[in-house]
Design a protein around this ligand. Structure first.
Ligand SMILES: [Fe+2]
Ligand SMILES: [Fe+2]
Length: 139
């Protein structure tokens, strides 16, 4: 299957760890798309749920710390955007525990989480990257 989400250089936030984490996410969302196409959603739901939990714990926390340490003025607003995702994540997790069909969950993950996160990387994360570029902070 052709890759749907491709990380490109213009998406860089000029920090290697953060770029690497963003790339990892793109890879994971592509796996999810592949599972939808191949009708193997049942096999990947648990793994996806674990992946997103780790992603929130590692990437969101790392990025928020990076913004705080570099005295980014809109860090609170950026954190709130991450929190929207965290809330949605727990909503989906509850649905899974309530026994909602895996195919539906995977579509929800793809529709909301996939598009939210890629949009977040493409737009919101670029706002701080540009701010740091404009203010001479590249790492
Ligand atoms: Fe990010
Ligand atoms: Fe972010």
């Amino acid at each position: 299957m052709e890759i749907k989400f491709l990380w490109t250089e213009d998406m860089t936030v000029h920090n290697d760890v953060l770029d690497m984490q963003h790339k990892q996410l793109f890879g994971k969302i592509n796996e999810l798309l592949e599972a939808i196409v191949n009708d193997t959603a049942h096999d990947v739901v648990d793994e996806m749920i674990h992946f997103f939990k780790d992603y929130m714990d590692q990437h969101f926390k790392y990025e928020e710390r990076y913004l705080t340490e570099n005295t980014y003025p809109d860090v609170e607003a950026h954190k709130q955007k991450h929190d929207v995702f965290v809330d949605k994540y727990y909503e989906l997790k509850d649905k899974i525990q309530d026994g909602v069909d895996a195919n539906k969950i995977v579509l929800d993950i793809e529709n909301f989480m996939g598009s939210w996160l890629t949009q977040h990387i493409l737009v919101e994360d670029q706002v701080y990257a540009k701010y740091f570029q404009d203010h001479g902070k590249n790492q």
